[in-house]
Design a protein around this ligand. Sequence first.
Ligand code: NAD
Ligand code: MG
Length: 398
Amino acid sequence: RAEAGPRRISILGATGSVGTSTVDVVLQQRAAFEVEVVTAQSRADELAAIAIRLGAKLAVVADPDAHGALVAALSGSGIAAAAGPAAIIEAAARPVDLVVAAIVGAAGLAPTLAAIEAGADIALANKECLVCAGTLFNRRAAAVGVGVLPVDSEHDAIFQALEAENASAVDRITITASGGPFRTWTLEQMSRATLAQALKHPNWTMGRKITIDSATMMNKGLEIIEAHHLFDIESDRIDVLVHPQSVVHGFVAYTDGSVIAHMGAPDMRIPIAHCLAWPKRVAVATPRLDLALAGTLTFEKPDLERFPSLQLARRALESGNWATNILNAANEVAVQYFLAGEIDYLDIAATVESALDLATATVGGAEVGSIEAALTIDAEGRRLARETIARRGRLRAG
Ligand code: NAD
Ligand code: MG
């Protein structure tokens, strides 16, 4: 990274929670960045407003039906508009220094891989990319020679605590978890958990999908897999610790007994700013950590019986990339059904487990060697999850 002048960036998923936090950081450091592309699923007016504020060159919506509204909202601005999933991929491949990958779900895989192939460094929020096709992702990033900077707060913490020159002296890494809204609930209480209760995250304001993932702790399961791919470390050396205050985000334990932890207020602008400016640091107005105010920091082991998603993720990671791909796809479907009020909270993990079991017979052992293979297995995971949900519905209906 030796570029002079402003860093050229694109933001995929600019209207989302991470996307708008990124916009905020960029606006605070206006002179340091030049924005090429911003994208969104459908919210044309919001995307156009972001494109105009950032002075982007191109705005793209994935939903073709939103094209007209985007063109209208950008008229007179000189900013180009495009629509459709292929246009997102094309836009992601425009030459820039850094692409912020903040699309949610496996939908982000093709655009992020396109950005890698085009030679951009990646600030990766979209952890599902790695869960879906981590081996392929890393192989391509290494082949092209691009860097992957973890935006996810726990992974950004580990990234900062890792001493490059002492990689072989790393004993274990730990990522923390808030424990979500159901941290102290019994399974019996969880069986009656409502959508509104699951959407009430204690510490972070985030998109709906990751908020539900936090309530099931599947988010931490996905993050174990993410950590494995980012830091090339096996599952049994990646620990999860529940830390309800979300002040310590992660730490690295070294073989001499030293433990280097990373702290910060729970605000995504902090890791985003770190990734955008890396290897430098920039000043960004974010909530400051006040440890005297926090007073007490507590840590506890996660309860694997009440949060089975953690074990499902580890099991998938040990089985291989086909299994983590199925885990992710089934989880995306189950969360969609839960958000639509069609299944109960406890059905989410049960659906993922069932899809994993069923997939062993259909795609067990399959290689995730190409994007096509990744998307084929992803489609199978979605099919098996829907089939499971339909079967359970029929059973219930008697
Ligand atoms: P979000 O739902 O708020 O935003 C998602 C963005 O992706 C939006 O801009 C949306 O328009 C776009 N999008 C959705 N589906 C799309 C599709 N099919 N094609 C193209 N664009 C699409 O989500 P978020 O909370 O910002 O999370 C984004 C990613 O970052 C997720 O992978 C999440 O796990 C990760 N992440 C989020 C947080 C957080 O604080 N929100 C923290 C760590 C990691
Ligand atoms: Mg996280």
